[in-house]
Design a protein around this ligand. Structure first.
Ligand SMILES: [Zn+2]
Length: 131
């Protein structure tokens, strides 16, 4: 049985689909019904770029149940080029390598497995952009 919420979020989780306000141009992710900048209700769909930078991060040592196997892991707030901020895991690096403003790229990875609902969830994680 698929979770209705998970299915509903697939466009954002799988394709980084966002909505851009037709009136003021602000990009919303996840999409919303009303623009919080100008109250417009007209949006166009956009696909976010995968490039961003780290604003801040923390290391999780005591994770929620479904993430037991992965601790410790890094959770960061990443700002994409469109100005959208999202919270995501940073993988394939040590915390010592992170820095404020460090450039990252969003990559598609397995997020977690929900054996009760028979779902393997996929989505985006961040990796450091290395020259
Ligand atoms: Zn707007």
């Amino acid at each position: 049985m698929k979770s209705p919420q998970y299915t509903r979020e697939i466009p954002q989780r799988y394709r980084l689909e966002a909505e851009k306000c037709r009136q003021c141009g602000k990009v919303h992710f996840p999409p919303r019904l009303i623009c919080d900048a100008c109250q417009s209700q007209e949006f166009e769909q956009v696909i976010l770029s995968r490039a961003g930078r780290i604003l801040t991060w923390t290391v999780i040592h005591v994770p929620p149940t479904n993430f037991d196997l992965e601790a410790p892991y890094i959770i960061a707030i990443v700002e994409l080029e469109e100005g959208v901020r999202l919270t995501c895991q940073v993988v394939d690096c040590d915390p010592e390598e992170l820095a404020v403003d460090a450039p990252v790229e969003m990559v598609f990875r397995r997020i977690q497995e929900d054996s009760q609902a028979d779902i393997i969830q996929y989505g985006y994680k961040a990796v450091l952009s290395r020259p």
